[in-house]
Design a protein around this ligand. Structure first.
Ligand code: ADP
Length: 249
């Protein structure tokens, strides 16, 4: 069965098209990386898959149904996880908020914290953890309802360099039991783990069973690739697409 299926989808913010004629499907068990320049439409695509936005035309299906019909089968780790750090809540309380509409279950909360190696922090305040530890707690919150797909947005952006490898190993472990979809700028770390790639720059190209290559990057960024390195921000030179300004450094 396909975990995600998108057919002839278009989406605009007002009169400005954000995504045009998108069609692809993702098999169950895939590890999908979503890449593309800033403003290319990655977050918009993720929100359409989650049902937070509705397509203007075409359709999005999650396990053959509309996205919001499958809320508990989907886990979501949003962008900017450093927000609300000072909110007075413990790790366990934070994870329990992932059980919205479901029975309270402290055993399940602890088991999920264990899965991300954070069981010793259950009773501690969120503010007492490092960025990487907080990220794992937020992943636990997304996992506590036993989803079959985990979506992560810019997931590794606020984890320090040493924490990243551990973070991607955790995603690999989770991938043995669920489909993973991750939006990331860290293409070097992503490249080692993903099974398929979606390149988003208003239009969308799906590459099943593929690693990130310079050819793919040139295609999506529309410009020559200068440098991609782990821990070094990628740098893309010489835009060839002046209408859509995809390049960055
Ligand atoms: P990415 O995640 O790849 O950086 P986004 O999906 O955030 O890209 O944005 C895609 C395009 O849609 C951009 O041009 C952005 O300015 C625009 N956009 C995003 N959110 C909104 C919004 N709420 N209202 C209007 N335009 C938006």
């Amino acid at each position: 069965m396909n975990a995600i299926e998108i057919r002839n989808m278009n989406f605009s913010y007002g009169n400005t098209p954000a995504l045009e004629n998108v069609s692809f499907s993702v098999s169950e068990g895939d590890f999908l990386g979503i890449i593309g320049p800033n403003g290319g439409g990655k977050t918009t695509l993720l929100k359409l898959m989650l049902g937070l936005l509705k397509p203007d035309t075409g359709e999005v299906k999650i396990f053959s149904e509309k996205p919001l019909s499958n809320k508990n089968r989907v886990g979501y780790v949003p962008q900017n996880t450093h927000q609300n750090v000072s909110f007075p809540i413990t790790a366990a309380e934070c994870v329990a908020t992932g059980l919205v509409g479901m029975k309270k279950n402290s055993k399940k909360v602890l088991e999920t914290l264990e899965l991300v190696n954070m069981e010793n922090g259950a009773g501690k305040r969120l503010s007492s953890f490092s960025g990487g530890e907080r990220q794992r707690i937020l992943i636990a919150r997304a996992l506590v309802s036993d989803p079959q797909i985990l979506f992560l947005d810019e997931a590794s952006s606020n984890i320090d360099f040493l924490g990243q490898d551990e973070f991607y190993r955790l995603l690999e472990k989770l991938n043995s039991r669920m489909t993973i979809v991750v939006v990331s700028h860290d293409m070097a770390a992503l490249s080692k783990r993903i099974k398929s790639i979606v390149c988003v720059n208003r239009t969308v190209h799906f590459h099943p069973n593929s690693k990130i290559t310079s050819k793919i990057l040139e295609e999506v960024y529309g410009c020559e690739i200068d440098l991609i390195g782990h821990g070094i921000p990628h740098r893309i030179l010489g835009s060839h697409d002046h209408t859509h300004g995809g390049c960055c450094s």
